[in-house]
Design a protein around this ligand. Structure first.
Ligand SMILES: NC(=O)c1ccc[n+]([C@@H]2O[C@H](COP(=O)([O-])OP(=O)(O)OC[C@H]3O[C@@H](n4cnc5c(N)ncnc54)[C@H](OP(=O)(O)O)[C@@H]3O)[C@@H](O)[C@H]2O)c1
Length: 271
């Protein structure tokens, strides 16, 4: 057992850039110590030093490729280890946008590894200790593209695997929230729209002419939502009742049909 620390500890994946850097900076300012995870060590070291000096935070660098089994295992060990992680932010990700029939199989694997396997496994590593302590929680950074299944690829990108993986994060977090009710542990799924980071430039897209939220505003929204105890955070959605109605409609569909043994009448005539 390590000596108890006075500051809570947050572990942020994808901390070397964009939204992850903004979470780390804001959480350090809010009084957290941080573990910074990504592949690019130099960037993490620079950020860690900045947080030590500017926010008085203890900042630990953990380089890992989360699409690699060994890298994921090292982060799992840290997430489940001591001193305990109070807040896990599952944020690392990339887009891999391309017409589905042209996507390289290894890109499909990496998208599933980082947005599905990593998210599920790091939640699994973090939550038992949190439930035992009766506090803490996890923020899973998904995307509004989780809701984009019925929208065409123009002007949105070709994104079947990415959007499907982000939809996993949405349903996964909603179901977890139900399981965790009454434990004192919280989970949030955050659904950003377009945010000004390297996310689009790394895949050769220029979004600089589009209106984009700043990563700092996105994080401010996510953490305000966290304080309010919301499960789904859509930082740019002014009328929150719109999402409430969408969730209610989905719930109604599932409730109505899930345990109904009868085939719907429109399918009974034999077409
Ligand atoms: N920007 C947007 O418009 C937008 C919108 C909706 C959702 N999002 C989501 O927001 C999250 C953060 O994206 P961002 O906008 O901040 O993009 P970004 O600036 O490109 O940052 C992505 C981060 O993920 C890390 N990462 C990527 N692959 C990794 C791997 N295999 N192992 C470990 N770390 C990895 C990168 O670090 P290294 O390269 O150093 O490993 C980097 O720190 C992503 O999950 C993304 O899907 C972004």
């Amino acid at each position: 057992m390590s000596t108890p620390r006075s500051r809570p500890l947050a572990l942020v994946t994808g901390a070397s850039s964009g939204i992850g850097t903004a979470y780390a900076e804001r959480l350090a300012r809010d009084g957290y110590d941080v573990v910074l995870v990504a592949r690019r060590r130099e960037r993490l070291e620079v950020l860690a030093q900045r947080l030590r000096v500017a926010a008085g935070a203890q900042a630990e660098v953990l380089t890992a490729d989360l699409a690699d089994a060994g890298g994921l295992a090292r982060v799992e060990t840290r997430v489940a280890g001591d001193p305990p992680v109070t807040l896990l932010v599952n944020n690392a990700g990339f887009g891999g946008y391309r017409p589905f029939v042209e996507v390289e199989p290894k890109v499909i694997d990496a998208l599933i590894d980082i947005h599905i396997r990593t998210v599920a496994r790091l939640n699994r590593a973090a939550l038992p200790g949190m439930v035992h302590r009766g506090s803490g929680g996890v923020i899973n950074v998904a995307s509004l593209l989780a809701l984009s299944g019925a929208l065409p690829p123009n002007p949105l990108p070709h994104r079947a695997v990415y959007a499907g993986a982000k939809a996993f994060m949405l349903t996964f977090t909603q179901v977890l929230a139900g399981e965790l009710a009454g434990t004192g542990v919280k989970v949030q799924v955050c659904l950003p729209g377009v945010v000004a980071t390297e996310f689009h430039t790394v895949q050769g897209m220029d979004m600089s002419k589009r209106p984009r939220m700043t990563a700092e505003d996105l994080v401010a929204g996510s953490l305000a939502s966290w304080a309010r105890g919301e499960i789904i955070c859509i930082p740019a959605l002014e009328d929150a009742s719109l999402m409430d109605r969408s969730v209610a409609a989905q719930t109604e569909v599932a409730r109505t049909a899930a345990f109904s043994p009868a085939l719907a009448s429109r399918y009974r005539s034999g077409g």
